[in-house]
Design a protein around this ligand. Structure first.
Ligand code: PSU
Ligand code: MN
Length: 308
């Protein structure tokens, strides 16, 4: 028998009720918890991010696949599983049918989370930094599936730009080519993930969550291709990683990845982990500051969107 998206996705009761009544919901991804942050801090962070959403008057929907079932909103036991279970896979959008058929469990990346959130009817999503074009693309063509999904998924992603381990100018170029709208939140510069700025300009700037909601209404009104809106929200200057330390340790991390032949799905967690160790944990604090700010802003956008 054929099944539809509705019968495959499993929203939590709380998320299902919120969606049915038009209350604000914010999607949160699980790869950052399972593969992007060290244990045991990751479980505290998973809980804290949900609290930030609730404090703003919205409902958190952390997304992951458990035993083959895409969950839209996790209970306490589910959160604990994604933070502590060994052998959890990292699932992009293309992995979802296999995970479902083979009853696998895994954390969802920006691509899988955006895809599932949009299908469940969740319009706003917060993460740390997007994936993008990797340095060395000319040799191995490693471009995160995040970009392709965002080029054909109607979702608003609040992020601190793209991860600084990437080729940031090439990633911005790809977003332009693929027609993904990008706005800076109270900034004219594209954020640099761990850093307040990447040094690259953005064409559009907004000052309020209401302006983000207005752009979203505009996307729907134009009715073109179902693209995403990226709201780029920089980590505050006083909470960023020291730029010199960042540049030095990142150069070491990239050299180590090259030397060890780290590629594909493993490269992003490898580089993020190297930065945490190499900066004595300072990159972790900057990453968390960025994510917290993004979750708070996404919640305000969700509230504004629900009111509009
Ligand atoms: N943001 C963070 N930490 C992370 C990620 C994002 O602060 O670990 C994850 C996201 O899930 C993103 C993924 O989709 O890294 C990108 O992986 P890849 O480059 O293999 O597509
Ligand atoms: Mn990749």
């Amino acid at each position: 028998m054929r099944s539809t998206a509705d019968s495959v996705l499993q929203p939590s009761d709380e998320v299902a009720e919120a969606l049915a009544s038009g209350a604000p919901v914010v999607a949160l991804e699980s790869t950052i918890i399972s593969h992007g942050l060290p244990q045991p801090r990751n479980l505290e962070v998973a809980r804290e991010l949900e609290e930030i959403v609730r404090a703003a008057g919205a409902v958190p929907a952390t997304i992951a696949v458990l035993d083959g079932v895409p969950r839209i909103g996790l209970d306490a036991a589910g959160l604990e599983r994604i933070a502590t279970e060994s052998g959890l896979r990292k699932l992009g959008q293309r992995d979802l049918p296999m995970a479902a058929a083979l009853k696998a469990s895994g954390a969802t990346t920006v691509s899988a989370t955006s895809f599932l959130a949009a299908r469940a009817g969740v319009r706003i999503f917060a993460t740390g930094g997007l994936g993008g074009v990797h340095r060395g693309w000319t040799v191995d063509q490693d471009e995160s599936a995040d970009l392709d999904t965002l080029a054909r998924t109607r979702i608003t992603v609040v992020c601190a730009g793209v991860k600084s381990i990437l080729d940031v100018p090439a990633t911005l170029q790809r977003l332009e080519t693929r027609g993904v709208s990008v706005v800076g939140y109270r900034t004219d510069a594209f954020p640099g993930f761990y850093l307040h700025t990447s040094g690259l300009p953005i064409d559009w700037r907004i000052e309020s969550p209401e302006e983000a909601a207005a752009i979203m209404r505009g996307q729907d009104a134009f009715g073109g291709q179902e693209t995403a809106l990226i709201v780029a929200n920089p980590v505050p200057v006083d909470q960023q990683l020291d730029p010199e330390l960042h540049d030095r340790v990142l150069a070491e991390a990239l050299a180590a990845a090259e030397r060890d032949g780290v590629k594909g799905q493993a490269i992003t967690p490898f580089l993020l982990g190297y930065l945490v160790d190499g900066t004595g944990g300072a990159s972790l604090e900057a990453n968390l500051a960025a994510v917290r700010g993004n979750v708070a802003l996404a919640s305000r956008i969700a509230v504004s969107w629900a009111d509009s």
